[in-house]
Design a protein around this ligand. Structure first.
Ligand SMILES: Nc1ncnc2c1ncn2[C@@H]1O[C@H](COP(=O)(O)OP(=O)(O)OP(=O)(O)O)[C@@H](O)[C@H]1O
Length: 316
Protein backbone atom coordinates (compact mmCIF):
# COMPACT_ATOMS: atom_id res chain seq x y z
CA UNK A 1 0.00 0.00 0.00
CA UNK A 2 1.59 3.33 -1.05
CA UNK A 3 2.07 5.81 1.75
CA UNK A 4 0.90 8.67 -0.38
CA UNK A 5 -1.43 8.75 -3.42
CA UNK A 6 -2.21 11.77 -5.58
CA UNK A 7 -5.80 12.92 -5.48
CA UNK A 8 -7.57 12.48 -8.83
CA UNK A 9 -7.73 16.18 -9.67
CA UNK A 10 -3.90 16.42 -9.52
CA UNK A 11 -3.25 13.51 -11.85
CA UNK A 12 -2.36 14.46 -15.42
CA UNK A 13 -4.67 12.70 -17.85
CA UNK A 14 -2.89 10.29 -20.21
CA UNK A 15 -3.90 9.69 -23.80
CA UNK A 16 -3.81 6.22 -25.28
CA UNK A 17 -3.23 7.64 -28.78
CA UNK A 18 0.26 7.25 -30.23
CA UNK A 19 1.99 10.57 -30.99
CA UNK A 20 4.89 9.95 -33.39
CA UNK A 21 7.31 12.91 -33.46
CA UNK A 22 7.28 13.25 -37.24
CA UNK A 23 3.51 13.25 -37.84
CA UNK A 24 0.36 15.24 -37.31
CA UNK A 25 -2.63 12.95 -36.99
CA UNK A 26 -6.08 14.17 -36.06
CA UNK A 27 -9.69 13.19 -36.10
CA UNK A 28 -12.04 16.06 -35.26
CA UNK A 29 -15.79 16.24 -34.96
CA UNK A 30 -17.84 19.40 -34.61
CA UNK A 31 -21.50 20.14 -35.14
CA UNK A 32 -21.84 23.39 -37.08
CA UNK A 33 -24.85 25.41 -38.14
CA UNK A 34 -24.89 26.39 -41.78
CA UNK A 35 -27.46 28.50 -43.63
CA UNK A 36 -28.96 25.31 -45.05
CA UNK A 37 -29.19 23.50 -41.70
CA UNK A 38 -26.89 21.55 -39.38
CA UNK A 39 -23.50 20.52 -40.73
CA UNK A 40 -21.48 17.71 -39.16
CA UNK A 41 -17.76 18.33 -39.55
CA UNK A 42 -15.92 15.00 -39.32
CA UNK A 43 -12.36 15.06 -40.61
CA UNK A 44 -9.45 12.66 -40.12
CA UNK A 45 -6.08 13.36 -41.70
CA UNK A 46 -2.55 12.05 -41.29
CA UNK A 47 0.15 14.51 -42.35
CA UNK A 48 3.95 14.15 -42.31
CA UNK A 49 6.13 16.82 -40.72
CA UNK A 50 7.12 19.33 -43.38
CA UNK A 51 4.27 18.38 -45.69
CA UNK A 52 2.33 21.18 -47.32
CA UNK A 53 -1.37 20.71 -47.79
CA UNK A 54 -3.90 22.90 -49.62
CA UNK A 55 -7.42 22.93 -48.17
CA UNK A 56 -9.99 23.55 -50.84
CA UNK A 57 -13.73 23.41 -51.00
CA UNK A 58 -16.85 25.46 -51.54
CA UNK A 59 -17.83 28.24 -49.18
CA UNK A 60 -19.21 26.83 -45.94
CA UNK A 61 -17.56 23.41 -46.32
CA UNK A 62 -15.68 23.80 -43.03
CA UNK A 63 -12.17 24.92 -44.02
CA UNK A 64 -11.88 27.82 -41.56
CA UNK A 65 -13.56 25.80 -38.81
CA UNK A 66 -10.98 23.04 -39.23
CA UNK A 67 -8.11 25.53 -38.79
CA UNK A 68 -9.77 27.02 -35.70
CA UNK A 69 -10.26 23.57 -34.17
CA UNK A 70 -6.60 22.70 -34.78
CA UNK A 71 -5.39 25.95 -33.24
CA UNK A 72 -7.64 25.43 -30.22
CA UNK A 73 -9.68 28.57 -30.88
CA UNK A 74 -12.89 26.60 -31.16
CA UNK A 75 -13.71 23.60 -28.96
CA UNK A 76 -14.26 20.28 -30.73
CA UNK A 77 -17.27 18.14 -29.82
CA UNK A 78 -14.95 15.15 -29.88
CA UNK A 79 -11.75 13.75 -31.30
CA UNK A 80 -8.01 14.00 -30.86
CA UNK A 81 -4.95 15.75 -32.24
CA UNK A 82 -1.56 14.05 -31.98
CA UNK A 83 0.93 16.65 -33.18
CA UNK A 84 4.61 15.94 -33.59
CA UNK A 85 5.08 13.85 -30.49
CA UNK A 86 2.51 15.61 -28.27
CA UNK A 87 -1.19 15.23 -27.65
CA UNK A 88 -2.96 18.57 -28.13
CA UNK A 89 -6.44 17.15 -27.76
CA UNK A 90 -7.96 13.90 -26.62
CA UNK A 91 -11.56 14.45 -25.66
CA UNK A 92 -11.89 10.85 -24.42
CA UNK A 93 -9.56 11.56 -21.49
CA UNK A 94 -10.10 15.27 -21.00
CA UNK A 95 -6.94 16.64 -22.65
CA UNK A 96 -7.49 19.96 -24.42
CA UNK A 97 -4.36 22.11 -24.57
CA UNK A 98 -5.05 25.84 -24.85
CA UNK A 99 -3.86 27.67 -28.00
CA UNK A 100 -0.66 28.94 -26.35
CA UNK A 101 0.45 25.35 -25.64
CA UNK A 102 -0.08 24.24 -29.26
CA UNK A 103 2.78 25.10 -31.57
CA UNK A 104 0.45 26.35 -34.27
CA UNK A 105 0.75 29.72 -35.99
CA UNK A 106 -2.21 31.04 -37.85
CA UNK A 107 -3.00 33.83 -40.21
CA UNK A 108 -6.66 34.54 -40.76
CA UNK A 109 -8.33 36.86 -43.19
CA UNK A 110 -8.79 39.45 -40.40
CA UNK A 111 -5.06 39.44 -39.41
CA UNK A 112 -5.56 40.15 -35.65
CA UNK A 113 -2.51 42.42 -35.36
CA UNK A 114 -1.65 44.26 -32.14
CA UNK A 115 -2.82 47.83 -32.87
CA UNK A 116 -0.70 49.55 -30.21
CA UNK A 117 2.59 48.03 -31.29
CA UNK A 118 4.68 49.09 -34.24
CA UNK A 119 5.06 46.85 -37.27
CA UNK A 120 8.45 45.74 -35.95
CA UNK A 121 7.02 45.29 -32.44
CA UNK A 122 4.35 42.97 -33.77
CA UNK A 123 7.00 40.67 -35.26
CA UNK A 124 9.42 40.92 -32.32
CA UNK A 125 6.66 39.99 -29.91
CA UNK A 126 6.20 36.67 -31.71
CA UNK A 127 9.89 35.62 -31.71
CA UNK A 128 10.68 32.65 -29.46
CA UNK A 129 12.65 33.76 -26.38
CA UNK A 130 16.37 33.86 -27.04
CA UNK A 131 16.02 34.57 -30.78
CA UNK A 132 18.25 37.35 -32.09
CA UNK A 133 16.24 40.58 -32.56
CA UNK A 134 17.56 40.94 -36.11
CA UNK A 135 15.40 37.97 -37.08
CA UNK A 136 12.38 40.33 -36.94
CA UNK A 137 14.13 42.75 -39.32
CA UNK A 138 14.97 39.88 -41.69
CA UNK A 139 11.35 38.76 -41.78
CA UNK A 140 10.09 42.29 -42.45
CA UNK A 141 12.65 42.57 -45.23
CA UNK A 142 11.44 39.28 -46.65
CA UNK A 143 7.81 40.43 -46.83
CA UNK A 144 8.75 43.86 -48.16
CA UNK A 145 7.85 45.90 -45.07
CA UNK A 146 11.30 46.95 -43.82
CA UNK A 147 10.58 50.60 -44.68
CA UNK A 148 7.44 50.61 -42.50
CA UNK A 149 8.96 49.05 -39.37
CA UNK A 150 8.02 51.97 -37.09
CA UNK A 151 4.47 52.48 -38.34
CA UNK A 152 1.36 51.29 -36.50
CA UNK A 153 -0.60 48.50 -38.25
CA UNK A 154 -3.61 50.83 -38.77
CA UNK A 155 -1.47 52.93 -41.14
CA UNK A 156 -0.88 49.94 -43.44
CA UNK A 157 -2.98 48.91 -46.43
CA UNK A 158 -4.91 45.61 -46.37
CA UNK A 159 -2.20 43.84 -48.37
CA UNK A 160 0.55 45.21 -46.10
CA UNK A 161 -1.35 44.07 -43.00
CA UNK A 162 -1.67 40.64 -44.56
CA UNK A 163 2.10 40.51 -45.12
CA UNK A 164 2.74 41.64 -41.56
CA UNK A 165 0.44 38.93 -40.22
CA UNK A 166 2.37 36.37 -42.25
CA UNK A 167 5.74 37.65 -40.98
CA UNK A 168 4.45 37.50 -37.40
CA UNK A 169 3.21 33.93 -37.81
CA UNK A 170 6.55 32.86 -39.29
CA UNK A 171 8.49 34.63 -36.52
CA UNK A 172 7.03 32.26 -33.94
CA UNK A 173 8.60 29.29 -35.82
CA UNK A 174 5.46 27.19 -35.44
CA UNK A 175 5.52 23.47 -36.13
CA UNK A 176 2.16 23.88 -37.83
CA UNK A 177 1.35 26.91 -39.94
CA UNK A 178 -2.35 27.47 -40.57
CA UNK A 179 -3.04 29.98 -43.30
CA UNK A 180 -6.56 31.04 -44.24
CA UNK A 181 -6.24 32.70 -47.64
CA UNK A 182 -3.27 34.73 -46.40
CA UNK A 183 -2.36 36.14 -49.78
CA UNK A 184 -5.84 36.95 -51.04
CA UNK A 185 -5.46 40.73 -50.71
CA UNK A 186 -2.27 40.76 -52.78
CA UNK A 187 -1.95 40.87 -56.50
CA UNK A 188 0.42 39.83 -59.26
CA UNK A 189 4.14 39.97 -58.67
CA UNK A 190 3.87 40.65 -54.93
CA UNK A 191 1.74 37.57 -54.46
CA UNK A 192 4.27 35.48 -56.36
CA UNK A 193 7.14 36.96 -54.33
CA UNK A 194 5.42 36.10 -51.08
CA UNK A 195 4.59 32.61 -52.25
CA UNK A 196 8.29 32.11 -53.01
CA UNK A 197 9.28 33.57 -49.62
CA UNK A 198 6.80 31.34 -47.85
CA UNK A 199 8.04 28.24 -49.69
CA UNK A 200 11.67 29.06 -48.82
CA UNK A 201 11.00 29.81 -45.15
CA UNK A 202 8.82 26.76 -44.77
CA UNK A 203 11.48 24.51 -46.23
CA UNK A 204 14.15 26.00 -43.97
CA UNK A 205 12.10 25.50 -40.81
CA UNK A 206 10.45 22.22 -41.94
CA UNK A 207 7.12 23.74 -41.01
CA UNK A 208 4.01 21.75 -41.79
CA UNK A 209 1.54 23.89 -43.71
CA UNK A 210 -2.23 23.84 -44.04
CA UNK A 211 -3.25 26.49 -46.53
CA UNK A 212 -6.85 27.42 -47.29
CA UNK A 213 -6.96 28.78 -50.81
CA UNK A 214 -9.37 29.20 -53.67
CA UNK A 215 -6.51 29.66 -56.12
CA UNK A 216 -5.46 26.47 -57.94
CA UNK A 217 -2.18 28.11 -59.01
CA UNK A 218 -1.31 28.80 -55.38
CA UNK A 219 -2.12 25.21 -54.41
CA UNK A 220 0.01 23.88 -57.25
CA UNK A 221 2.89 26.17 -56.46
CA UNK A 222 3.02 25.73 -52.69
CA UNK A 223 1.53 22.35 -51.86
CA UNK A 224 2.32 18.74 -52.61
CA UNK A 225 -1.07 17.58 -51.43
CA UNK A 226 -4.59 18.97 -51.84
CA UNK A 227 -7.58 18.07 -49.72
CA UNK A 228 -11.03 18.94 -50.99
CA UNK A 229 -13.69 19.42 -48.31
CA UNK A 230 -17.37 19.10 -49.02
CA UNK A 231 -20.01 19.58 -46.31
CA UNK A 232 -17.47 19.00 -43.52
CA UNK A 233 -15.98 15.79 -44.94
CA UNK A 234 -12.89 14.96 -47.00
CA UNK A 235 -14.16 14.47 -50.56
CA UNK A 236 -10.73 14.07 -52.21
CA UNK A 237 -7.09 13.87 -51.12
CA UNK A 238 -4.58 13.93 -53.98
CA UNK A 239 -1.65 15.85 -55.48
CA UNK A 240 -3.00 19.24 -56.66
CA UNK A 241 -2.15 18.55 -60.31
CA UNK A 242 -4.42 15.51 -60.21
CA UNK A 243 -7.19 17.33 -58.38
CA UNK A 244 -7.31 20.15 -60.90
CA UNK A 245 -6.72 17.97 -63.94
CA UNK A 246 -9.38 17.14 -66.49
CA UNK A 247 -11.91 14.80 -64.92
CA UNK A 248 -10.67 15.67 -61.43
CA UNK A 249 -13.07 16.39 -58.59
CA UNK A 250 -12.45 20.15 -58.39
CA UNK A 251 -15.34 22.32 -59.56
CA UNK A 252 -15.83 23.22 -63.23
CA UNK A 253 -14.32 26.70 -62.98
CA UNK A 254 -11.14 25.36 -61.37
CA UNK A 255 -10.96 22.56 -63.93
CA UNK A 256 -10.42 25.22 -66.60
CA UNK A 257 -6.96 25.54 -65.10
CA UNK A 258 -4.69 22.82 -66.40
CA UNK A 259 -1.25 21.65 -65.37
CA UNK A 260 1.06 21.41 -68.36
CA UNK A 261 4.59 21.48 -69.74
CA UNK A 262 6.23 23.80 -72.26
CA UNK A 263 7.07 22.03 -75.54
CA UNK A 264 8.55 24.95 -77.45
CA UNK A 265 8.74 28.69 -77.72
CA UNK A 266 7.58 30.31 -80.94
CA UNK A 267 7.25 33.94 -82.02
CA UNK A 268 3.78 35.42 -82.51
CA UNK A 269 3.12 37.67 -85.55
CA UNK A 270 3.94 40.77 -83.45
CA UNK A 271 7.22 39.21 -82.27
CA UNK A 272 6.07 38.48 -78.70
CA UNK A 273 6.74 34.95 -77.44
CA UNK A 274 4.09 32.28 -77.58
CA UNK A 275 4.49 28.84 -76.10
CA UNK A 276 3.26 25.50 -77.33
CA UNK A 277 2.17 23.62 -74.27
CA UNK A 278 1.10 20.07 -73.61
CA UNK A 279 -1.55 20.07 -70.87
CA UNK A 280 -3.59 17.10 -69.75
CA UNK A 281 -3.22 15.32 -73.09
CA UNK A 282 -3.94 18.32 -75.31
CA UNK A 283 -1.69 20.83 -77.00
CA UNK A 284 -2.37 24.55 -76.89
CA UNK A 285 -0.70 27.82 -77.69
CA UNK A 286 -0.45 30.18 -74.75
CA UNK A 287 0.92 33.57 -73.93
CA UNK A 288 3.09 33.71 -70.81
CA UNK A 289 1.95 35.32 -67.58
CA UNK A 290 4.25 38.24 -66.72
CA UNK A 291 7.76 38.17 -68.23
CA UNK A 292 8.15 34.52 -67.49
CA UNK A 293 11.04 33.56 -69.81
CA UNK A 294 9.79 30.00 -70.08
CA UNK A 295 11.97 27.22 -71.45
CA UNK A 296 10.97 23.90 -73.01
CA UNK A 297 10.33 21.39 -70.22
CA UNK A 298 9.15 24.01 -67.67
CA UNK A 299 6.04 23.14 -65.68
CA UNK A 300 3.24 25.64 -66.09
CA UNK A 301 -0.34 26.19 -65.15
CA UNK A 302 -2.56 27.09 -68.09
CA UNK A 303 -5.75 29.10 -67.59
CA UNK A 304 -7.90 27.77 -70.38
CA UNK A 305 -10.15 30.88 -70.37
CA UNK A 306 -7.51 33.13 -71.91
CA UNK A 307 -4.76 30.57 -72.54
CA UNK A 308 -2.36 32.20 -70.19
CA UNK A 309 0.56 30.12 -68.94
CA UNK A 310 1.85 30.73 -65.42
CA UNK A 311 5.21 29.16 -64.57
CA UNK A 312 5.18 26.77 -61.70
CA UNK A 313 7.80 25.72 -59.23
CA UNK A 314 7.51 22.47 -57.38
CA UNK A 315 4.87 20.85 -59.60
CA UNK A 316 5.18 17.10 -59.44
N1 LIG B 1 -18.87 28.38 -33.91
C1 LIG B 1 -19.73 27.92 -34.83
N2 LIG B 1 -20.86 27.29 -34.43
C2 LIG B 1 -21.73 26.81 -35.32
N3 LIG B 1 -21.58 26.92 -36.66
C3 LIG B 1 -20.49 27.55 -37.12
C4 LIG B 1 -19.50 28.07 -36.23
N4 LIG B 1 -18.50 28.63 -36.97
C5 LIG B 1 -18.87 28.47 -38.27
N5 LIG B 1 -20.05 27.83 -38.36
C6 LIG B 1 -20.73 27.45 -39.59
O1 LIG B 1 -20.03 26.36 -40.15
C7 LIG B 1 -20.08 26.41 -41.58
C8 LIG B 1 -18.68 26.26 -42.14
O2 LIG B 1 -18.01 27.51 -41.97
P1 LIG B 1 -16.48 27.72 -42.35
O3 LIG B 1 -16.17 29.17 -42.12
O4 LIG B 1 -15.65 26.72 -41.64
O5 LIG B 1 -16.50 27.39 -43.91
P2 LIG B 1 -15.40 27.70 -45.02
O6 LIG B 1 -15.28 26.47 -45.83
O7 LIG B 1 -14.15 28.24 -44.38
O8 LIG B 1 -16.11 28.84 -45.87
P3 LIG B 1 -15.47 30.12 -46.68
O9 LIG B 1 -14.73 29.55 -47.87
O10 LIG B 1 -16.68 30.90 -47.09
O11 LIG B 1 -14.58 30.87 -45.73
C9 LIG B 1 -20.73 27.73 -41.95
O12 LIG B 1 -22.04 27.47 -42.39
C10 LIG B 1 -20.73 28.53 -40.66
O13 LIG B 1 -21.88 29.33 -40.56
Amino acid sequence: MPLFTLPNFLRRPRSSHPAPPERLHFHLRKRLTSASGPLELDIELDIARGESLALLGPSGSGKTSLLRLLAGLQPADGGYIAAFGRIWLDSACGIDRPPRERRAGLVFQDYALFPNMSVLGNVRFALPSGSPARRADELLERVGLAGLANERPARLSGGQQQRLALARALAAEPELLLLDEPLSALDGALRRDLQDALAALRERQRTTLLLVTHDPGEALRLCERAVLLEAGRVAADAPPARLFGAGGPADAEQRLTLAGRVLERIAAADGSPLYRIEAEGRTCLARAAERAGLEPGDSVLVSAGDWLATPLHGLR
